[in-house]
Design a protein around this ligand. Structure first.
Ligand code: F6R
Length: 250
């Protein structure tokens, strides 16, 4: 596991964008696994700038997103499809048909999960999977549990996740209670994983993910079993790891 320590959110975002751009340049038709949430917004801004400058093309790139709220239409301004359109896809030269997000409105959510797993498998899994980190250690919406779930599945969001995401909705009651999420099987099948984290409120989860026991209590801890994980964090997010004496790249 390679850990990059960056000064702040802007530097974290630049580093993450560099790593994604390197993948796209090396493999123009790569499969990118993408995440939503506040953490990757700066990364996507950097990628948009490079695309606009003509330094990076997404023309052949295929994407698979981690998750979607159950019950939200793609046009809902808090759906993850809408997030991806407005924070990345609408601003770069990616082909719409090459972007994939689970369908939160599918009448049969379990069938949609099975379709999504088959789709990701048919693409050969992600060459690079970008992940944010929940304060409770979740990746995608794989919430702390007594077991890991391998397949894409419908998940009940925990109170901690509902609280954390309430900031994006008018009221806490508006936050959907369920989501469709890739399981840890698809995530672990990615050739490379890029985990990004910013801010002191991620420090405990990041420490547990990197230094704690491998446990479904901290779903991100399973990444310790992946052979190619890059963590990019800012000082606030990485402070416990640095204090523990884990070696980091500066
Ligand atoms: C989003 C996702 C989540 C977020 C996590 C962190 O697609 O899968 O795991 O990455 O909740 O969210 P932020 O970045 O808003 O702190």
């Amino acid at each position: 596991m390679r850990i990059y320590l960056e000064a702040d959110y802007a530097a974290m975002s630049r580093r993450a964008a560099n790593l994604i751009a390197a993948e796209v340049i090396r493999r123009p038709n790569c499969v990118l696994g993408l995440a939503t949430g506040s953490t990757p917004i700066g990364t996507y801004e950097n990628l948009i700038a490079r695309n606009r400058a003509g330094d990076l093309s997404f023309r052949e790139v295929r994407t698979v997103n981690l998750d979607e709220y159950k019950g939200l239409a793609p046009t809902h301004d808090q759906s993850y499809r809408y997030f991806m359109q407005t924070n990345l896809f609408d601003h770069v030269d990616i082909l719409p048909e090459n972007t994939n997000v689970p369908d939160g409105l599918a009448a049969d959510a379990d069938a949609e999960c099975a379709r999504y797993d088959a789709l990701v498998a048919s693409l050969g899994y992600a060459d690079l999977q970008l992940l944010g980190l929940g304060r409770n250690g979740h990746i995608g919406f794989n919430e702390p549990d007594d077991h890991f779930t391998k397949e894409t599945h419908v998940v009940d969001l925990t109170d901690s996740t509902i609280d954390a995401n309430a900031r994006f909705f008018a009221t806490r009651d508006d936050v959907p209670r369920q989501a469709l999420t890739m399981g840890v099987g698809c995530i672990m099948a990615a050739r490379r994983v890029l985990l990004i984290a910013s801010g002191a409120d991620k420090a405990d989860a990041l420490y547990n993910a990197v230094c704690g026991p491998i446990s479904p209590n901290c779903p991100a801890s399973i990444l310790q079993l992946h052979g190619d994980v890059v963590v990019v964090g800012d000082e606030a997010a990485l402070h416990r790891i640095v204090e523990a004496g884990v070696s980091v790249c500066r």
